[in-house]
Design a protein around this ligand. Sequence first.
Ligand code: AMP
Length: 145
Amino acid sequence: MANYKQILVAVDFSEHSERAIERAQELAIEDGGALNLIHVVDYFPAMDAAYDGALAFSVDMTDELVSASKNRLKVLAEKYQLKDEQLFVEVGAIRNEVIDKADKHGTDLIVIGSHGWRGIDLLLGSTADSILHHAKCDVLVVRID
Ligand code: AMP
């Protein structure tokens, strides 16, 4: 079994991704590795231009969502005894941001839940599937029943 030294858990704040954190923490303890959490704010502002004048103004909640995400990660950090430097919030496409952070941070294992908020209609959620197919390091998909 590989010894994972830098483990990155993709967190969507669903109870499913908490299961992924717990599994990742077990591995980090076994391997003496570092555990890091990332949440991606996958949000596009509603721009008036996109709706051809249908909106009276543009609405951009990115800053609020980033701030709320940082607060929620801090709650998880207290629960799992992580430091600020182990928490990441990025804005963009989930797959790209998770893989980019993994590459830049020397991650050797990405941990994701098999499903997130969108339920378990599919065998594997679309985010999980996409990360699994594009990551350059190992990926552990924690099965959510
Ligand atoms: P999904 O494929 O959307 O059902 O989600 C599967 C898994 O992808 C979740 O359990 C999380 O580990 C991860 N994930 C989903 N959305 C996000 C997000 N916005 N930021 C980080 N990880 C996410």
